[in-house]
Design a protein around this ligand. Structure first.
Ligand code: FAD
Length: 280
């Protein structure tokens, strides 16, 4: 049966592409496991490009005793492959998934299948076995025509059987609270957990944010630019800002936090400890 309670504090990894990256992630996993997160999640590369890598990391950390939620999308994969993955995860005792449309590799001519279709597929294949998380966007998905239609499509995922949602990251708590109110007004009643991106590298963050439609407020861009090559000071400032953001989110009633770790343990650990999340 699905795990029905909401898991509150979780940490995301992506599958490394090299043996060296994997060895580093094993150390990061070990360090972050000491925080006792409710679960780790592992992303699924654009168009299913990390299918094997995702599966390997998920099964390895699950075997080490971690609660792990694989991300999954149709991507260019056929239904049989998705069925096989679901069976593998089920046999390994995995009971949580993050279901996505997924990003497509650039230039790929793959037919998009929306995340709501995947949620329906998982429910039809495996009933209530998996707790299904889906993605949502307080600052609106970049392909979306409007705020309203984006939330309508989010509701389709909930109606198809999603149990909870994780947001795209943001640095403006009001965007989250307004979004949650709006979703509730539309009849969406599942927990909406903020996705949190620690700030460790301004260039990378800027690039991701442009791609995924997450806004870095102007004042924050200006402050981050001032650090130039002083990466330690930037990271310390990032920890302060993101701790304050998380504090405001939890004070305002957010049901948990999901950290995009970028396979690094330092900032997540500091923010986690600043907020005493292991004791909450
Ligand atoms: P959907 O919910 O399908 O929505 C995609 C777009 O289509 C939206 O603009 C939506 O408004 C619109 N839409 C939805 N349904 C319909 C419809 N029926 N008709 C018309 N328009 C519709 N990407 C990866 O590749 N791998 C990952 O592991 C991954 N993990 C993520 C985890 C989280 C928590 C988040 C927030 C994002 C993640 N992403 C990942 C990125 C995500 O795949 C992209 O944002 C992708 O572009 C949309 O995925 P989705 O599941 O939200 O899509």
């Amino acid at each position: 049966m699905a795990v029905e309670e909401t898991n509150k504090f979780s940490i995301e990894f992506y599958p490394p592409r090299t043996a060296e990256g994997e060895a580093k992630l094993d150390v990061v996993h070990e360090q972050l496991a000491l925080l006792s997160p409710d679960f780790f999640s592992v992303t699924y590369g654009a168009g299913g490009s990390t299918k094997k890598g995702t599966q390997q990391i998920v099964l390895r950390y699950a075997a080490l005793g971690s609660n792990v939620a694989p991300h999954l999308s149709f991507g260019g994969t056929d239904d049989e492959e998705v069925k096989a993955l679901l069976a593998t995860y089920r046999e390994a005792g995995i009971n949580r998934l993050v279901a996505l449309r997924g990003d497509l590799p650039s230039g790929a001519a793959i037919h998009h299948r929306f995340a709501s279709e995947l949620v329906e597929f998982i429910r039809s294949e495996t009933g209530d076995h998996f707790h299904i998380d889906v993605a949502c966007y307080p600052e609106t998905h970049p392909d979306s025509n409007s705020y309203e239609s984006d939330v309508d499509y989010f509701k389709q995922k909930v109606d198809a059987g999603a149990n909870s949602a994780i947001t795209q990251y943001f640095y403006n708590a009001d965007a989250y609270f307004r979004f949650v109110d709006y979703c509730q007004g539309k009849g969406i009643d599942i927990p909406i957990v903020p996705g949190v991106m620690p700030i460790t590298n301004y260039e990378n963050l800027s690039r991701f944010s442009n791609n995924c439609g997450a806004e870095i407020p102007r004042w924050l861009c200006n402050r981050l630019e001032c650090f130039g090559s002083d990466k330690d000071s930037l990271r310390d400032f990032g920890i302060e800002i993101v701790t304050e953001l998380c504090d405001a989110l939890l004070d305002g009633g957010a049901p948990g936090l999901h950290f995009y770790s970028m396979n690094l343990s330092g900032s997540v650990t500091k923010i986690w400890n600043n907020l005493s999340l292991s004791d909450r």
